[in-house]
Write a protein that binds this ligand. Sequence first.
Ligand code: DUC
Ligand code: ZN
Ligand code: ZN
Length: 487
Amino acid sequence: MAELDLIIEGGTVANAADTTQADVGIKDGRIAVLGTGLGSAARVIDASGMLVLPGGVDAHCHIEQLSSFGLMTSDDFYSGSVSAAFGGTTSFVPFAAQHKGQSLREVVREAHDRAGPKSVIDYAFHLIVSDPTEQVMGQELPALIMDGYMSFKVYMTYDMLKIDDGQMLDILALAREHGAMTMVHAENNDVINWLSGRLLAGGYDAPKYHAVSHNAVAESEASRRAIELARLVDAELLIVHVSTPEAMRAIRDARNQGLKIYGETCPQYLFLTADDMDKDGMEGAKFCCSPPPRDKDAQEAIWLGLKNGAFQVFSSDHAPYRFDASGKLSAGPNPTFKKIANGVPGLEVRMPLLFSEGVLNGKLGLNEFVALTSTNAAKLYGLYPRKGTIAVGADADIAIWDPNWKRTISQSMLHDNMDYTPYEGREITGWPRLVLSRGRVLVEDETLKAERGSGLFLEREPAPLIDKTAAPATPLDPDANFGAKLL
Ligand code: DUC
Ligand code: ZN
Ligand code: ZN
């Protein structure tokens, strides 16, 4: 073999399935060899005492995206991708979001124009389908799926985005036919509007009432309904940003019945609670997102769901709106909870938070951490085995992780374009020291090494149902640990 470009020596390599002591040899941007005594290379990185992990795949983040209220996220593809890289994430899948009246093709073109010149990490796009017209369903969406845009999100809430159950069935059936993955924001719009109306009429308009209006029942009802609709047409469905134990159980029950239902949760449901929205003045607005963080019991249940396989994917749902007139306070200095932009940032701290609290405190195994933050998302969204694993032939996307590096999170150390982090002051152990994408150094010595626009668009292919999951061979105990392993 010609001389390697790079060897990562002496580290502990952890994948979704196993952990080994191995050196990693990299050539032309790919992993060429795993083993010991790999010989010489243009550069040798000493990783002793370090974990050598697949770079993270963040499958849910809003980057340079216009909300249905017309607000632009604070991060563009440059700041967003740089922030991701510093947190060990080497690929992300933001949204190309359709608003009513827009052509999906046009939306995709615009997303490419935004990402191509800026992203420092590799990327793909999920579509957001909010206007499933005849043209969209008959022509644009099938054609885009065949072109590799094989995942899309739909909303059951937000007046300007939501689709009805009939439209949902059309979309699920189309996804099944063409080998695409439907993701759903599952909250009951009428429940939220009904509660909001009564709260506002009673003068209850502070940020904390955001959580009251987005009651857990709105989420559990919509989650169960979405699952039943998917069952009806035998389609795959991934429920995003799950916050409640009830919705989590709905996913777990469906999976135990062999349905192709998947679940995603996010840092805000493990580390924040509704009490965070009850801070002085408008401070609580910083924590308003949908679904909202719940309570300590819900946090505990969501941790268990990560462990027992109800969830396959841990994403940031990075939806960055600054605490000023460009974002959270765009409707004025004292908006009602209804007018506060929904979303919290989390791209850079997603993996460190889960590692520190999950792996180091024994809530998750190291391999489960890798599965949840990288491998499973790559599998579900058509990026595996190019991404999400340290294996011969895979892209050399690697986070060399220092499991002993302690740092206290503060906004000033992060690289996004935000003016706050909801995780300010948390002490976190375990951060990436060096991050590689296709063998090139993205981050080293706390410094960005990558060039603006050096990330690549990742081509994907639609996949037939059978490739992505397997039904359990025997009936499973509802509390058994199985989900992540089946992927
Ligand atoms: N849904 C998301 O996916 N992100 C932010 C807010 C929301 O409603
Ligand atoms: Zn959503
Ligand atoms: Zn989101």
